[in-house]
Each structure stands twice: as structure tokens, then as C-alpha cells.
Design a protein around this ligand. Structure first.
Ligand code: FE2
Ligand code: FE2
Length: 270
């Protein structure tokens, strides 16, 4: 089994720092961070904050952390902020790309230094030296601060939580490409994740939801880098078709206390 932080250099100037979380009943959820190797290097999200993870050390196998110019925080959920403050220390010139809401959410636990923040809303762009990176609102999200990244110079998209999929094994969760998974399983897992991460979608008009997918679909990314999926390359149309079914998918209900107690009883000595 591949350990945490597999380093996958993909073809579109993107490195993947591939990690995962085992979620009881769901499977192995990929938890990725990325490096966009722009002239001004951009780290996108900073992984889990578990005690045995060392995000900066993992990053150092891909790039000198001191060279990082931007830390694009797609949203301040805890599976995206684990290495944030250690990286701010290791990358003294880096600034955190986030939104007003993102900075506000962070301030509830540990405020970001104001001189290290760069506020960017969906539709606005970041000049990263040799390319312009444009923020966009992914069609599915679980946090109002969410801003994904479009790199028009390579035709890639970094979609934050959107397009995630818990997979049957840790190896698949950290695979080089989502093509390694059985494609029927992958589609089912993408739908399941959509209902877990964006339960609001069941209240959405399917036609309006389809319209919200159109701008990204028209962009026709050659690769989709989700924080919760192995890289999705090749024909992106199938991914969008899968997501179109999300408003009609069965709502997710998590285990309740009775289920937890049943689970705990399995661990009790006979
Ligand atoms: Fe999230
Ligand atoms: Fe997430």
C-alpha cells in the first residue's frame, strides 16, 4: 500500500500530494493538495492536520517550500488547512489566497496575518508570473468560501471538494489517475460524495443545476484535480453527466447513535 503523501507529478504543471482518510462505511476518501508549478509557485490547499502528517516535509520533496509564492486555500475546512501555518512559516513570502468569508472563518480559530492575505472572489484572477489563474465557484461545494482554480494556460481545473469520490482501497484513493478505479464504482462514489458533501443539492432545480455546470463543462478541462478524487483526465463529459444526476440521487443519512453502539459492541471482548 502506498503511504501518505504519494507525490504524483502530473503532466499539466501540477504535482499532487496524495493523502487519504478512511471513513467508516464509505471507504477511503482521497485528501489531496497540489502544487501548480507556475513561475510564482502556487500551493493549493494544505492537507490534513493529523499529528502524524508533516505537510511541509512532504511538500519539500516537490518544491523548496521557501519558494512558494501563493497558498491558494480553496476553502478553510480542516481537511484543507492542516499544514497552513507551518507553511506560512516555511514560505516567508507566500500569501494566502482566500475570500473575505474564508479569512473570517479562519479568524474563529487562528487568524491569518492580514499582511499575508490576498482576497480573491470567483471570477477574479491571480497573476502567477507566467500564467493567470482564475477563481471559479465549483458547481458543488460545502463551504461558502469555496473558490476553485482554472488554469487556462494548461486547460486544467482544480475543483476543491467537487467531483470527490470515496474509493474501496487506499491504493485507489492515492492513484495516479481515477481511471485506475472501476468506472461504474467511480460514478457511484462521485454521486454518493455529492450527496454527503453538498446535501443542499436535493433542494435545487435540476435545470438550474445543469446550467450552473455549463461554464465548467464548456471550459472542457483536460484534467480535473479534485481534493477528494484521484486526477480525472481524459473525457470530462462523463464526469459532468454523472454530476447531472446528483439532485435525483438518494440523500445521504449518516450512522446514528444506535449504529455507533452496534459498531462499538463488535469491538467488545466476548
Ligand atoms: Fe469541504
Ligand atoms: Fe474537503
Amino acid at each position: 500500500m502506498r503511504g501518505i503523501y504519494a507525490h504524483l507529478r502530473a503532466s499539466q504543471d501540477v504535482s499532487v500530494l496524495a493523502d487519504y482518510l478512511e471513513v467508516p462505511g464509505l471507504g477511503f476518501l482521497p485528501v489531496n493538495a497540489f502544487v501548480i508549478h507556475a513561475a510564482q509557485p502556487v500551493v493549493v490547499d494544505t492537507g490534513l492536520g493529523l499529528p502524524d502528517r508533516d505537510f511541509v516535509a512532504a511538500l519539500a520533496e516537490v518544491i523548496d517550500p521557501a519558494d512558494v509564492a501563493w497558498i491558494w486555500l480553496t476553502h478553510p475546512d480542516r481537511d484543507h488547512t492542516g499544514g497552513l501555518f507551518a507553511l506560512l512559516d516555511a514560505a516567508p513570502h507566500a500569501r494566502v489566497v482566500t475570500t473575505f468569508v474564508g479569512a473570517g472563518v479562519m479568524s474563529a480559530e487562528r487568524p491569518l496575518p492580514l499582511d499575508r492575505i490576498y482576497l480573491l472572489n470567483p471570477g477574479q484572477s491571480l497573476e502567477a508570473g507566467d500564467r493567470r489563474l482564475t477563481g471559479f465557484r465549483p458547481p458543488l461545494f460545502d463551504n461558502p468560501a469555496t473558490v476553485g482554480v482554472l488554469d487556462t494556460s494548461t486547460g486544467t481545473c482544480l475543483s476543491s471538494d467537487c467531483f470527490g469520490a470515496p474509493l474501496p482501497t487506499a491504493d485507489l484513493a492515492t492513484a495516479r489517475d481515477a481511471a485506475a478505479a472501476d468506472q461504474d464504482d467511480l460514478r457511484a462514489a462521485q454521486l454518493l460524495w455529492a450527496t454527503v458533501d453538498s446535501p443542499w443539492m436535493h433542494a435545487v432545480d435540476p435545470a438550474k443545476f445543469a446550467a450552473s455546470l455549463a461554464p465548467l463543462r464548456d471550459f472542457a478541462p483536460c484534467a480535473i484535480y479534485s481534493t477528494h478524487s484521484p486526477p480525472l483526465t481524459g473525457d470530462s463529459a462523463a464526469v459532468f453527466d454523472t454530476l447531472l444526476g446528483a439532485p435525483q440521487a438518494s440523500p445521504f443519512t449518516g450512522p446514528d447513535q444506535a449504529a455507533l453502539e452496534a459498531m462499538l459492541r463488535q469491538f467488545e471482548p466476548a
